[in-house]
Design a protein around this ligand. Structure first.
Ligand SMILES: Cc1ncc(COP(=O)(O)O)c(C=O)c1O
Length: 403
């Protein structure tokens, strides 16, 4: 039996998400149906799924169409196109991350992981026997990662640097200049960089013209880079369970494919077809436009709430992705975030994710909650309305953390 820590955020979501009245913990952009997708697409004549296709296993690594479309997306703004064979389709990014870590990391390896982040990215390497160092971003500097700290964390056996860009749970980005510094350090020591990019390309509060705007890790001219992505977040299609691993280094893909043979065979053909349709040029721009507009509109609503509750909450405003990490306090002391989230769910049906339980090691992130704000606007508005009433009548019952 593998000794892996419980995956706190997934267990929390499982406990509450189906009974929440206002799920504003969700990390996916408001989901779409196949009918919605067809409505969004400029191509009304082709079927989303060809129902006459026999449901064999289909292409083992994912269809040529899907892998080719993804490879083209990674080839934008790069001098060298990414071949379709450098993309491997998986059952969501969660499987992509797992396979990649299972394939590349073992006892004797050292891994450096961006923190806070999706727990899988550091708990899985730990369970595989690797030593893990957390590279802590600094909230006071807008969740900045310090390059000198990274240099200090490197050991002779450092195999992998793991980053998450845009970032869960903070909604921060790693700016382009920092990515370039990470690449320089990794290249010098031949360290592989894994960037979990499931929240690309949902950039709602930074323009592509901004000097900080980050490219995918595959676009920085370093071969030993590997990324994971998914249909779940920016593309509103979590129900397809389609994700992927892509790398500039074909041998890394082959290593992951060898492990994948034991777990996957292939991803469902219907899911592959839906993902291919959504990512086709006739649909992707309209789908992303819908989601970026939704994110921009909703973040303004959330910002208004935070501004009018400065007496109790604070944040670093996110720049990309679907989540915000908000700190609640009482007279300067952090609230007990788990009790707060339980109470909210029970009394109002509003669902948040408690930061210390789901993203904190040790005593980190007490008082923080993660809010997923790219829901249907009505859900966010009603949820914040319920929260507003709770702040007036119930907040005094929420315990603060005693030092
Ligand atoms: C950073 C990150 N990576 C991976 C995943 C897994 O996504 P999925 O398996 O739905 O593609 C999530 C889901 O919340 C996430 O936040």
């Amino acid at each position: 039996m593998v000794n892996v820590k419980p995956f706190a955020v997934e267990q929390w979501m499982d406990k509450y998400e189906l009974t929440a009245k206002y799920n504003i913990a969700e990390t996916c952009c408001a989901s779409v149906s196949v009918d919605d997708l067809k409505e969004l697409s400029d191509d009304k004549s082709s079927p989303v799924v060809d129902l006459s296709n026999k449901l064999t296993y289909g292409p083992i690594r994912g269809s040529e169409r899907l892998r080719g479309t993804l490879a083209n997306l990674y080839s934008v703004k790069t001098p060298t196109a990414l071949p379709a064979d450098n993309v491997l389709i998986t059952a969501g990014a969660i499987q992509a991350n797992f396979l990649l870590l299972y394939s590349l990391v073992g006892p004797g390896d050292h891994v450096i992981c961006h923190y806070p982040t999706y727990q899988q990215l550091y708990s899985v390497p730990e369970s595989l026997g690797a030593e893990v160092s957390l590279w802590k971003s600094k909230e006071k500097e807008g969740w900045k990662l310090d390059i000198d700290e990274l240099k200090g964390l490197i050991r002779p056996n450092t195999k992998l640097i793991i980053i998450n860009n845009p970032q869960n749970p903070t909604g921060a980005i790693i700016p382009q200049s920092t990515l370039e510094d990470i690449v320089d350090i990794a290249r010098e020591k031949s360290i592989i960089i894994h960037s979990d990019e499931v929240y690309r390309p949902l950039f709602h509060s930074i323009s592509p013209m901004d000097k900080d705007f980050p490219l995918s890790i595959l676009s920085l001219g370093y071969e030993n880079t590997i990324t994971t992505g998914s249909m779940s977040k920016s593309y509103s299609l979590a129900g397809t369970r389609v994700g992927w691993i892509a790398s500039r280094n074909r041998s890394l893909i082959e290593t992951c494919a060898a492990a994948r043979d034991y777990t996957t065979i292939s991803v469902g053909q219907i899911d592959d077809a839906i993902a291919s349709y959504a990512l086709a040029p006739s649909c992707i721009h309209n789908l992303l436009k819908r989601n970026i507009e939704l994110a921009k509109k909703n973040i303004d609503i959330l910002e208004n709430f935070i501004e009018s509750h400065r007496w109790a909450c604070d944040w670093v405003k996110p720049r990309a992705g679907t989540v915000a990490f908000v700190r609640f306090n009482k007279l300067g002391k952090p609230v007990d975030d788990v009790a707060f989230c339980d109470m909210l769910q029970e009394r109002t049906g509003v669902m948040f994710v408690p930061g210390s339980l789901c993203f904190g090691e040790g005593a980190d992130f007490k008082g923080y909650v993660r809010i997923g704000f790219v829901q249907e606007t009505e859900v966010l508005e009603k949820g914040l309305e319920a929260l507003r009433s709770f702040m007036e009548e119930g907040y005094e019952d929420v315990p603060a953390i005693k030092k």
